[in-house]
Design a protein around this ligand. Structure first.
Ligand SMILES: [Ca+2]
Ligand SMILES: [Ca+2]
Ligand SMILES: [Ca+2]
Length: 340
């Protein structure tokens, strides 16, 4: 079986001209993967995810952005129809979806998040809309008819995030589109140092949005990898005016003061690494309740509400390789020249 398949692949390699291989490889390669929680719509050449929990327009935009995608602004009748089917699945009375369309820059001028005037898109307003009710409607929703209304940006609605397939390249080692995740093969875990600083709560949310979690150190080996990762990003090469010697991790004492736990509920001893720096934890006023490490890997308690570097962690062991049956036998490069 194996021999036969290899022969088949070699035959295709000889028949198909190289430029055709490149094109097909590229499209299928990109088209097959984005994130486990996104669905590919092949006709629209994009991945979508519906968020059922209603958020404000601002929070919805941020959530999509953190997932590496964009709050959807439909570009065609077909895309509106697809969004309508997602709306139906919500099983809500009179549901609305927030769209990536607003008039926050100039009142009454509705544009997408990439600043395309809505008048240039083939979209339809609900009758009587936009009406700028109470002079407070700067964001746009889609209703079950597939029509648009202007609405209060601080209302909360479900929403859909979109990722155009052609923008994606796959990180083979870490099973994510995100090229910044780096594999520690001995731990079978991937890590990403975020150099855009965030407070601890936002850092937690960013890591979860990326399909991971704030890094938890479970061994000296893991600590060493994180120290090495930080070493590749010296303070002088990171932009911004903040303390670049500290990095948030996934532990805290927010529940009981001085009782440090990981975000998965373990004590630091149970997690496997408990080496605080000298004089730490020192709980400096007005209180340091979030976990961090120095660049040498020693731990510290730190102010939760100030922005610092942070590291996200994604275990490869929890992730399945792509479900293509050829994948079990061949490298990805060969797999993707097989005609569908
Ligand atoms: Ca309105
Ligand atoms: Ca870990
Ligand atoms: Ca401290």
């Amino acid at each position: 079986m194996m021999k036969k398949s290899i022969f088949f692949l070699l035959k295709i390699l000889l028949i198909v001209p190289p430029f055709a291989i490149a094109e097909k490889t590229q499209w299928q390669y990109m088209g097959s993967q984005f994130r486990e929680d996104y669905q590919l719509q092949p006709d629209l050449k994009a991945f979508y995810k519906i968020h059922r929990t209603p958020l404000t327009w601002f929070d919805a935009r941020t959530r999509c952005d953190r997932e590496g995608a964009e709050l959807v602004a439909p570009q065609s009748h077909e895309e509106v129809e697809m969004l309508k089917t997602l709306l139906e699945k919500l099983d809500m009375h009179e549901p609305f979806l927030f769209l990536g369309i607003h008039s926050l820059f100039a009142k009454g001028r509705f544009v997408t998040l990439s600043d395309v005037d809505v008048q240039n898109l083939n979209l339809h307003w609900e009758s009587g809309e936009p009406n700028n009710y109470k002079n407070n409607e700067n964001c746009v929703t889609l209703n079950y008819n597939g029509r648009l209304s202007d609405t209060d940006c601080n209302d909360v609605h479900p929403f859909v995030c979109k990722k155009v397939a052609r923008n994606i390249s796959w990180n083979n080692e870490c099973y994510t589109y995100d090229q910044e995740y780096k594999l520690d093969s001995s731990l079978s875990t991937c890590y990403k140092l975020h150099t855009q600083p965030k407070n601890w709560t936002s850092a937690y949310d960013v890591c979860e949005s990326e399909g991971g979690h704030l890094a938890i150190i479970n061994s000296v080996e893991e600590k060493n990898f994180l120290v090495k990762l930080l070493g590749e990003h010296p303070p002088a090469r990171i932009q911004g005016n903040f303390n670049k010697d500290m990095t948030f991790l996934g532990f805290h004492d927010l529940f009981v003061s001085r009782e440090f736990r990981t975000i998965t509920g373990e004590t630091l001893q149970e997690a496997g690494y408990n080496e605080f720096a000298g004089n730490q934890p020192d709980n400096v006023s007005p209180g340091e309740h979030c976990g961090a490490m120095f660049r040498n890997g020693q731990l510290d308690d730190l102010w939760c509400d100030r922005p610092y570097l942070f590291i996200c962690e994604r275990s490869n062991e929890l992730r399945e390789r792509p479900q293509d049956p050829f994948m079990k036998h061949f490298s990805k490069e060969l797999v993707y020249i097989v005609p569908a």
